[in-house]
Design a protein around this ligand. Structure first.
Ligand code: EAX
Length: 353
């Protein structure tokens, strides 16, 4: 399994600031006086990896921008950078830790490198309903994980959004049982838990940044990939894929995040506006994602993908085959205490009607 260096974020940030005299290093943000009326404007760069059009993440980022700019009467200025314009998700995360990028909306792809406990939500088949996922993420357990993330990385989580349930696609054969994955090169995020899931099912995990996946599929350096329906459509992965298996192996959240020093440097009024804007982001992002997932399934059918829905028995075979990930990643990387707490919270949430 790939090992990632854990970066002492603040030390690294300090070293870079000394070396480069980069602007905004100390506060993690960038402030400038506008020339027209001399009023101070605080600039926020908000980065993500999703497409600039037809994807829920940019729609939600625009809703956040609109709210905070209006509410702050222009004191906060938000510029969105979709489509990995400021780098792949790993670079975006590093930028947020350093403060050269103030905000991002990121999936769990690059996070385990600096915060392995986040992989508790990357364990296979942990959630089976979206409702339970919302309840756990928005409840005390979700807050505890964001608090741990802030302490370990210097990045504050503002709200949980939704990338969604991840499913396998490939260009070789329908996947109906784990043995159908044998020998398939499946691109995963650079996330050890996702790699371990593919391996446990018999596939060959191939970690790769998100912005290289389309080309990888086209050039057949990979046979398949796994993502929520919304991204399979908005990234046009279906153009090079024939088979889709709706197994939902991971419910993948997005985190709207901000450099914590930058956040702490804001006045109380502006902090409140950012917090409120984050809840608007969450609502819009989840609503739009739901629309795109529903429309996505129709689109993929229309594009001629062969879609496999697993029976309960077939699904159990995938769950059983991937159980080892709860040991290797769950117990060893996340730690038993947090693992047990999350599993209990999920069971409670799923038992509610
Ligand atoms: O922003 O890399 C991926 O497969 C993700 O779903 C991506 O992080 C979404």
């Amino acid at each position: 399994m790939m090992k990632f260096a854990r970066k002492p974020a603040k030390l690294l940030a300090a070293a870079l600031c000394i070396g480069l005299l980069a602007t905004g290093c100390s506060s993690g943000g960038s402030k400038q006086a506008s020339s027209s009326d001399g009023k101070e404007v605080i600039e926020i760069k908000l980065a993500h990896a999703s497409p600039a059009v037809n994807d829920r993440l940019e729609i939600a980022a625009q809703a956040f921008k609109k709210y905070v700019e209006e509410k702050s009467s222009g004191k906060l200025k938000v510029t969105t950078y979709p489509d990995s314009q400021l780098g792949a998700e790993r670079e975006e995360l590093e930028g947020i830790q350093l403060g050269s990028i103030q905000m991002g909306a990121l999936s769990s792809g690059p996070l385990p490198g600096v915060f392995p406990k986040i992989m508790v939500f990357d364990l296979p088949y942990l959630f089976s309903t979206q409702k339970a996922a919302y309840e756990v993420l928005d409840g005390p357990v979700g807050k505890e994980i964001l608090d741990l993330m802030k302490a370990e990385t210097g990045v504050r989580g503002l709200a949980w959004g939704e990338n969604g349930f991840r499913h396998f696609t490939n260009s070789v054969r329908p996947i109906k049982q784990p043995s159908d994955m044998q020998g398939l090169k499946i691109r995963t995020m650079e996330n050890p838990a996702h790699m371990a899931i593919v391996k446990s099912l018999g596939g060959s995990p191939t970690p790769m940044p998100f912005n290289e996946v389309y080309t990888g599929l086209q050039q057949k350096t990979i046979d398949g990939q796994e993502n929520p329906l919304s991204l399979i459509v908005s990234m046009r992965f279906y153009e090079a894929q024939k088979y889709l298996t709706l197994d939902g192996h991971v419910y993948n959240p997005y985190i709207l995040m901000i450099n914590d020093d930058f956040y702490n440097g804001l006045s109380d009024d502006l902090k409140k506006i950012v917090d409120e804007g984050s809840l608007i982001w969450q609502k819009v992002e989840r609503e739009e994602n739901n629309k795109q997932v529903n429309a996505g399934l129709e689109k993929l059918k229309a594009e001629g993908l062969e879609i496999t829905e697993l029976s309960l028995e077939q699904h159990k075979a995938f769950r059983d085959a991937s159980k080892s990930v709860y040991e290797t990643i769950g117990k060893k990387e996340v730690g038993e205490e947090l693992l047990n707490k999350v599993v209990k919270a999920v069971e409670e949430a799923e038992s509610k009607k």
